[in-house]
Design a protein around this ligand. Structure first.
Ligand code: ATP
Ligand code: MG
Length: 765
């Protein structure tokens, strides 16, 4: 019976089998947090402490949720499909669908991904004649999302100046616009659910009673609203005890502060829930010793830590290999050589990950992999559901389900072109504004030629809707692709073949979706659950689940079309990679969170890149970058490579970077420097505290800077010097004069040093 627990160490076992009370599992990377959480769910169910429908588990991505369900099915003979395991967004979507009336939403409300949200805001700014230079749409979007993440509506914000007042106004207008169109953005999913549950006592109590256990992975990256949401749902402070909230996390891996995550939630949780059960897991099962030492020593440089360490039984393993390349091209070449040798030693390509801080770095490496004929997969590029042609098709599908979605309407009203010009759209927008209705509903108010071409579009939508009335989802998708004219359009386009392939893939995506989500194969795509039941289509129930309103799986709360559209939006917002394809895995450090690989490259370890230059402007910025570096290092099981380049082309400029400060924070004995002794090259630190002039630009500009004579010191930038201890070097910058003159000198393999010129014994070469 207890074989679930066989493979756990003592602390893990203690964590898995804790009594039904609040608990915090605080542990470093690779210590089995996710494993503990999954095993606890299985154990709670197996021992009969809770039914599968009586617990709710929050994961960081949709993929992680799927993986958790797969693991659970392997451990227990249960059907996991209807279980409440998902992301905050996914779970909120489910609650809002079920209780859409109480939440004042149409049942077919649609979800805006970030791209859609931005275009909705652009549209709003234009419609209200707001100066988009003073109020850039992106900034307005961050403002709105930031407020929502804190649980604040526009009328609850106290603006501190006129600009902020304007932003609040836009926030309100934006919310009105979304409401009119029946759409919600990601942050809204959460806020709307939160408001629904806080206002509706019977509903709240229903769910509070129902979820005896709430389990949260990656707790360090929850934002304020998510924390409040958990508190509300757990019934904490409302009824005796409340649900048992089981949170696992690692403060050292908090890397989403820029998105509103608040690592302070860990201590807030401990305090507010009076957590008695705090367990630390310190045994690491992922990484070899040198890798772990590197991670531990590095992160010790952070000041704000809850404190814990990691140890391993795996032995030291190999040292971390460090390579200094002369350029980004040389860096990529080195990665290729090492990758080839890993593969020839038998490494699976999918067990090789190349990590970088910014997406812009991937191009050069991609090119090198491509030229070398090594299959690779890049994550974080445009995901399938974000590609233009796919978004067009989705927009048509959205109109089938909810024609009042203005974003969808505008995206395709004249795509493929059907002679509806800007003027017609403006007339339509004016009519919609005047009657305060959707664009679709406003069409009859537009007269003349514009009116009739718009009418033609409405007929097309209505026609397709009518034609697909009884169709199952995959068939509906196929018909809409045809009827919209999208397929024909791309057939005539020169580079259209790939796009057509992507569009056709949507039919397969729909087929797969229907079967995975448990809809009957022939279930009419348009019909909601009750209607389906009446139509004699069996609803797939979960074995042994009691069925109460939203207690069942998606099929009972959403039509297949609505569910598919939600899936498309939520997936588009999921920026995490999946391990597993037989290709080298390329991704940003952020999207590698929670994953592990036998071999990992961390690239571009240069000042300004990693740590990123933006970090010097932000409070706590460098500490967050260090946590990011900690996440990067701890993805590796057996082999870790780090590299950096002296020069790099980025955003069209050559940058001369200093190696990352993180190298100075890593234990020397765990590193193996592979680079040849550096010749008398030099490179400068753009972000050096004592040089505010950015040293980026063409080589010419750099040369000019070098030629600059420094006042009074007698030394010149660009001059070669020799030092008794550091050997040969090149002066990169000079500050001050006379006795206060200091020089920044690049001593190649000894690194960059700042020396007091009146003290240091330098020789001219
Ligand atoms: P991260 O902080 O990166 O999310 P984590 O703490 O969630 O890491 P897991 O991913 O759960 O760690 O586990 C790391 C690896 O160690 C996994 O491959 C897992 O299967 C393995 N592992 C965990 N516990 C044990 C154990 N007791 N025995 C053997 N392997 C284990
Ligand atoms: Mg984990």
């Amino acid at each position: 019976m207890h074989n679930l627990l066989h493979n756990l160490n003592d602390e893990q076992l203690a964590a898995v089998t804790l009594p039904a009370q609040s608990a915090l599992i605080l542990a470093g990377a690779g210590s089995g947090k996710t494993r503990v959480l999954t095993t606890r769910i299985a154990w709670l169910i197996q021992t009969g402490q809770v039914s599968p429908s009586g617990l709710l588990a929050v994961t960081f991505t949709n993929k992680a949720a799927k993986e958790m369900m797969t693991r659970l099915s392997a451990m227990l003979p249960i059907n996991t499909r209807g279980m409440w395991i998902g992301t905050f967004h996914g779970l909120c979507n489910r609650l809002l669908r079920t209780h859409h009336r109480d939440a004042a939403l149409p049942q077919t409300f649609q979800i805006l991904d970030t791209q859609d949200q931005l275009s909705a805001i652009k549209r709003l700014i234009k419609a209200h004649n707001v100066d988009d230079e003073k109020f850039p749409p992106k900034e307005v979007m961050y403002f709105i999302n930031g407020a929502k993440d804190q649980g604040l509506r526009a009328d609850k914000i106290e603006p501190y100046n006129a600009d902020e007042r304007k932003k609040c106004e836009l926030y309100q207008l934006y919310d009105d616009q979304c409401q009119r169109e029946g759409v919600v953005d990601f942050a809204e999913l959460l806020l709307r659910t939160y408001e629904l549950l806080s206002r509706n006592q019977p509903l709240r109590e229903h769910y509070q009673q129902r979820f005896k256990h709430i389990l949260v992975d990656e707790f360090q990256d929850t934002n304020d609203l998510q924390y409040k949401w958990l508190k509300l749902l757990s019934g904490h402070g409302e009824r005796d005890g409340g649900s048992a909230l089981f949170a696992v996390g690692d403060d050292d891996q908090s890397i989403y502060a820029f998105r509103g995550a608040n690592v302070g939630n860990m201590s807030a949780f401990e305090r507010e829930f009076k957590v008695q059960n705090l367990i630390k897991l310190e045994q690491n099962y992922r990484s070899h010793g040198h890798i772990l030492d590197a991670a531990n020593v590095l992160i010790a440089n952070n000041s704000k830590r809850l404190g814990k360490n990691l140890r391993t039984d795996a032995g030291h393993g190999e040292q971390v290999r460090v390579y200094e390349a002369s350029s980004d091209l040389a860096e990529a070449q080195w990665i290729i050589e090492e990758t080839k040798s890993l593969i020839s030693d038998g490494a699976a390509r999918s067990e090789i990950a190349v990590l970088y801080r910014s997406n812009a770095q991937s191009r050069v490496i991609e090119h090198a992999l491509f030229s070398a004929g090594i299959p690779y997969h890049v994550y974080g590029g445009l995901r399938y559901f974000q590609r233009a042609e796919v978004k067009h098709a989705i927009a048509y599908l959205q109109l089938m389900d909810n024609p009042h979605n203005d974003s969808a309407f505008l995206r395709v009203v004249n795509f493929p072109t059907r002679g509806i010009g800007l003027r017609s759209i403006e007339a339509l927008q004016a009519a919609a504004e005047q009657h305060r209705i959707s664009l679709y509903a406003a069409v009859p108010y537009v007269a003349g030629k514009a009116g009739s071409s718009l009418g033609g579009f409405v007929k097309l939508v209505e026609g397709a809707r009518f034609e697909t009335q009884q169709m199952a989802l995959p068939e509906l998708v196929r018909v809409v692709l045809e009827a919209s004219g999208l397929l024909t359009h791309y057939q005539t386009e020169k580079e259209g073949a790939d796009r057509i392939e992507n569009l056709e893939q949507m039919v397969s995506a729909a087929t797969q979706f229907v079967s995975e989500e448990g809809y009957g194969q022939g279930a009419p795509a348009h019909l909601g659950p009750q209607a389906q039941a009446q139509a004699g289509v069996p609803i797939v129930n979960e074995d042994g689940f009691e069925i109460l309103d939203a207690d069942a799986a998606l099929p009972t709360v959403m039509s297949p079309l609505s569910a598919f559209l939600s899936h498309a939006s939520l997936e588009a917002g999921d920026n995490q990679a999946t391990a597993g394809q037989e290709a080298v895995q390329m991704m940003t450090v952020h999207s590698a969170k929670g994953l592990e690989f036998n071999n990992v490259f961390i690239t571009g370890l240069e000042e300004g890149l990693f740590p990123h230059e933006s970090s010097s402007r932000e409070h706590d910025g460098v500490e967050e970058e260090r946590r990011l570096m900690y996440v990067a290092i701890t993805r590796a099981r057996q082999r870790l490579y780090m590299c950096f380049a002296q020069t790099r082309m980025l955003h069209g400029q050559t940058r001369y970077n200093m190696k990352s400060r993180f190298f100075d924070e890593l234990p020397e004995e765990s590193l193996k420097w592979l680079s040849p002794k550096v010749q008398s090259h030099w490179f400068a630190n753009k972000k050096s505290a004592w040089d505010e002039t950015p040293l980026v630009g063409s080589d010419n500009a750099i040369a000019q800077k070098i030629a600059q004579k420094s006042p009074g010191s007698g030394w010149r930038i660009g001059e070669s010097v020799a030092h008794g201890k550091f050997g040969e070097g090149v002066i990169v910058n000079i500050e001050g004069s006379g006795n206060n003159a200091r020089a920044q000198i690049n001593f190649g393999s000894h690194g960059m040093k700042v020396l007091d010129l009146s003290i240091a014994k330098l020789e001219r070469l």
